[in-house]
Design a protein around this ligand. Sequence first.
Ligand code: 13P
Length: 250
Amino acid sequence: MRKKLVAGNWKMNGSLAGNRKLLDALAPVDGVDIAVCVPYPYLAQAAEKLDGIDLGVQDVSEFTAGAYTGEVSAVMVAEFGCAYAIVGHSERRALFREGEAEIGRKAAAALAQGLVPIVCIGETLAEREAERVVAVIERQLAPVLEILGAEGLATAVLAYEPVWAIGTGRSATVAQVAETHAAIRAWLASHGVASERVKILYGGSVKADNARELFALDDVDGGLIGGASLIAEEFLAICRAAAVAQSCIE
Ligand code: 13P
């Protein structure tokens, strides 16, 4: 049985004083794994403050060390006790031109240091309207599978984040999420990946008031939370919704 995971993605937000309040207010919730993916400069602060909640980053270099100005390696973040590294977030794909193979190599770099990569996938509105959702998933996952192999991909976490639902307040519908997550799991199974082991998170305008119905879906193993992860009460309410969903499958 897969355990639900709720991961916060703070994106490029935070300050030492603001983080202190947010981190102090977070606490573990029974029955769910919780993680917060913070900007690199706050790793030490978050590592010191978090207890029973995992630490993650929002990107990681495909390289290990050397002359790569501005890059941060998985080796470095592992030293802070990081458990997760988001790779291939749609903002990095769109704004920083990250390519499919590069994302696969970043996931491999994370795995090599014992971090679990959270590989983000998801279509734009135009792609959904053109009924290309499954084709996009295939385009995004195939290079990751080629680089990680079936066993590597089985140990990763996937996050389905439709681009049009991110930060818009317009979550995908329960039916859209159910259908797409099932398609992702079917794709994994048909490519030799132990799909029943893979956690598939949903991300895109998850709030306390829609989390419960989304997390109740069979193929939804938790959420990747942006804006709502910056508000302790909201984030914890989402974690509690995951705990309720978890208790229903136990
Ligand atoms: P929002 O929850 O703000 O829509 O962001 C989702 C996201 O991009 C998480 O990675």
